[in-house]
Design a protein around this ligand. Structure first.
Ligand SMILES: [Zn+2]
Length: 404
């Protein structure tokens, strides 16, 4: 369990019930959605939570066995309001007016406050929210901001197609696609539930994927009339809050281009690739706070056991550009895409992510997972002059004590 979540749960156990306080940063974030509780709202218990009525004044909230926001709600004033409200909601959704009408007149204002607190903590929800939004509300921040966020996705092969679909399922506001490679039979082979190969032969992968997502009911998807070159990358980075490069094989030139434009525009971006039998999720780059892609490549190249062979391979990769849509096994693309989507959702919701400045490396054959931190290089020629200011570990005024 996340330490702050544990702290929050302990606080909630102590102060639960009608006097419950929403703690920490979560409380601050929730302030923004206060004040829109009206009688017409149909309230229900959020999807995925188990609420156990222990007594009229005690309700156990469980998410799994111990995940946040599991906690014991207790009304220390023993008014019985908590038990009545939750008892009614356990039978099904109810309007606020109905919940209040079951109570004595003098209890209604306190009940309203309690319902408002539970709603802002995500435990009770407006019935109109999607199950994913309900989950995001109680797990992350009490609100779902994905609907006003945008992502540009470079590379719409098997990995990219799944990342695009997943992000839209999470409720992303707008998606921009760029991958002008022709959708060949290989592309169709790895598309989940795709048609027979050859249906749209000769069209760009990003156009076909866009049309398929539009046909699936996602209206907020566009493809750029551009290529995977400097002009296309510049346009894609400018279009969105976040850029993700999802290719089945490393594409060094593209990654360096995205790196330069994102440093210039101070925008976050992330890599998700397959490298042989390894899935690589991250790093997520946040200019100027994390290392840049050039730092990452330099460190990776420095650690290679045979620099001369690696150089030959690198020259080959530069010549072949994006390479094919082949991801290895279909499940490799799914694993990388799922982790990448989760890292992006975390970042869009909280401005941080488990992939920030780190690479998650999955060895598909041995079920081994490594996490590597990517360090900044001093004097990096790409981001060197843009790094956040250097702070010495001690103030420069610190000096050794005088000797006797
Ligand atoms: Zn750098």
């Amino acid at each position: 369990m996340h330490p702050s979540a544990g702290q929050c749960t302990r606080d909630a156990r102590d102060t639960a019930g009608s006097n419950a306080e929403v703690c920490g940063t979560r409380g601050a974030l929730l302030e923004g959605i206060r004040g829109d509780l009206n009688s017409d709202i149909l309230l229900s218990i959020a999807e995925g939570l188990d609420l156990v009525l222990i007594s009229d004044d005690e309700v156990l909230v469980q998410f799994g066995t111990r995940s946040y926001p599991s906690e014991l709600l207790r009304d220390s004033d023993l008014t019985g309001i908590l038990g009545r409200i939750i008892g009614r909601l356990l039978q099904g959704p109810a309007h606020l007016s109905e919940l209040l009408s079951n109570l004595r007149g003098e209890d209604r204002s306190e009940a309203r406050t309690l319902i408002d607190d539970l709603r802002q903590g995500g435990i009770l929800t407006d019935d109109r929210y999607s199950p994913v939004e309900q989950y995001l509300r109680y797990t992350f921040s009490g609100e779902s901001r994905l609907s006003d966020r945008s992502v540009s996705l470079l590379g719409t092969g098997p990995v990219g197609a799944q990342v695009a679909h997943s992000l839209l399922q999470h409720g992303l506001g707008r998606m921009t696609l760029l991958d002008d490679r022709n959708a060949d039979s290989l592309w169709y082979t790895f598309l989940p539930l795709g048609p027979e190969p050859g249906g749209d032969a000769g069209r760009s992968a990003h156009v076909i994927l866009r049309d398929r997502l539009l046909a699936a009911g996602y209206s907020n998807v566009e493809s750029l009339d551009a290529q995977l070159d400097a002009a296309g990358v510049e346009m894609a980075v400018a279009r969105s809050d976040f850029t993700v490069v999802t290719l089945e094989q490393p594409h060094l030139r593209l990654a360096h281009l995205v790196n330069r434009f994102c440093i210039r525009d101070r925008k976050p971006w992330m890599l998700a690739t397959i490298n042989g039998n390894f899935g690589l999720i991250g790093p997520l780059f946040l200019p100027t706070h994390t290392a840049c892609y050039n730092d990452y490549r330099t460190l990776a190249d420095a650690a290679t056991p045979s620099p001369e062979m690696a150089r030959k391979h690198r020259q080959h990769i530069l010549r072949r550009n994006a390479g094919s849509f082949f991801p290895g096994l279909p499940s490799y693309a799914e694993i990388v895409a799922a982790h990448a989507s989760l890292a992006i959702v975390h970042f869009l919701l909280r401005d941080t992510s488990f992939a920030l400045g780190r690479v998650l490396m999955i060895d598909f054959d041995r079920m081994l997972i490594h996490v590597e931190d990517v360090l900044k290089l001093p004097r990096c020629p790409v981001c060197g002059t843009d790094k956040s200011a250097y702070r010495p570990p001690l103030a420069t005024s610190v000096s050794a004590p005088p000797r006797d």
